[in-house]
Design a protein around this ligand. Structure first.
Ligand code: OSB
Ligand code: MG
Length: 357
């Protein structure tokens, strides 16, 4: 496949309601849509998931726009690839900037699946055709019970609750015990530290399926200590940026489960290596979200189809965050599940006319 054209579209949309985390409140979402075109006229799509400012990771929309246009695009343009794995090799001389790399790389994987005329989820060896949905609720104690009730009534069988050291253990326990059939995850986004370590251990009694990123991304020792003392599985999100981070996590016994985020790993190639490493070491995996649009979600859904991914990910329907998504059809949750498409590639068409506010 010859890469004849690579283009970028910067878009932004207002969220239906603000997304509140301990780190940041997101009201509006910018993104960069990548389109790659082959010599035969096939189109592949990717989406850059960096945020407007560096509150979650170092990269930003602006840094990615620069790196994609000026640094990465020239490495691929007019090149003939025999496998999408060659993109990661072509990008190796460029340090970091994983979200910029991932956005272009994902578009090439979509293109190859379309070239082979198979859905992307089949192209990568996926088997699950119905992906369990999952939704996120904010740490706000006044709204916790109502938010959980709403998510449950919308059919979600996995609810992730943002927690902080100020979260009330008894309130959380009471709120989630009302739904014994729903899986409840907790996500601290690194909000605990050495001083609040003992307080964190008390969260073990709540009954969460797992607790995501209790401590800062470099706090390997604290995670190891917490895992030793707790029965609730510890899950790492922000700490995991590469295959090597997972190796370190395994050696240090710092966690039982990881969140897969292709943007942070640099794309499909690194993600598939990480999945294999986790599989062979008994590490659990699930696919995380970045408040993204349908293109990134479609890639994530394909990833969630892999045999060893059994925990439900951050998969809500398109209308959860957006008045209108830019894929057709939109992502829809039916009976708590999202059905994968049979069309080649990501399985959805992209309508950039729908990219406005
Ligand atoms: O920590 O998982 C996170 C959204 C933006 C940045 C970080 C995180 C999140 C989420 C997922 O919690 C939200 C979603 O897309 O469903
Ligand atoms: Mg997280």
């Amino acid at each position: 496949v010859m890469i004849r054209e690579i283009s970028f579209q910067r878009i932004h949309k207002k969220l239906k309601k603000p997304f509140v985390t301990s780190l940041q409140t997101v009201n509006e979402r910018e993104a960069i849509i990548v389109t790659v075109v082959s010599d035969s006229g096939l189109e592949g799509f990717g989406e850059c998931v960096a945020f407007s400012t560096p509150w979650y990771t170092e990269e930003t929309v602006e840094s990615c726009a620069f790196v994609m246009e000026r640094v990465l695009k020239p490495l691929l343009l007019d090149r003939t690839l025999s496998s999408p794995h060659e993109v990661a090799t072509a990008f190796t001389p460029v340090k970091g900037n994983n979200m910029a790399k991932a956005a272009i790389e994902m578009a090439v994987w979509d293109l190859f699946a379309k070239y082979e005329k198979v859905p992307l989820w089949q192209y990568i060896g996926g088997i699950h055709k119905d992906i369990p949905a999952g939704v996120v609720v904010a740490a706000n104690p006044d709204r916790l019970v109502d938010d959980i009730d709403l998510a449950a009534s919308n059919g979600y069988s996995r609810i992730k609750i943002k927690i902080t050291p100020e979260s009330d253990v008894a309130l959380l326990k009471g709120a989630i015990s009302r739904y014994p059939d729903i899986l409840f995850f907790a996500d601290a986004n690194g909000g605990f530290n050495k001083d609040s370590f003992d307080q964190f251990i008390l969260f073990d009694a709540i009954g969460f399926t797992l607790i995501e990123q209790p401590f800062g991304e470099q706090e390997w020792d604290l995670h190891t200590q917490a895992k030793k003392q707790m029965k609730t599985p510890i899950c790492l999100d922000e700490s995991i940026k590469s295959f090597h981070d997972v190796e370190r996590m395994i050696v240090m016994q710092a966690a039982d489960i990881i969140v897969l985020k292709m943007g942070r790993f640099g794309g499909w190639h690194e993600t598939l290596k990480i999945v294999e490493l986790c599989r062979s070491n008994g590490i659990g995996m699930w696919v995380g979200g970045m408040i993204e649009f349908g293109i990134s979600k479609a890639h994530n859904l394909a990833l969630a189809s892999l045999p060893d991914i059994v925990l439900p990910g951050d998969f809500s329907n398109s209308r959860h965050f957006w008045e209108e998504d830019l894929i057709v059809p939109e992502i829809e949750v039916v009976d708590g599940k999202i059905e994968l498409k049979q069309q080649a590639g990501i399985g959805y068409s992209v309508d950039l006319n729908k990219a406005g506010l």
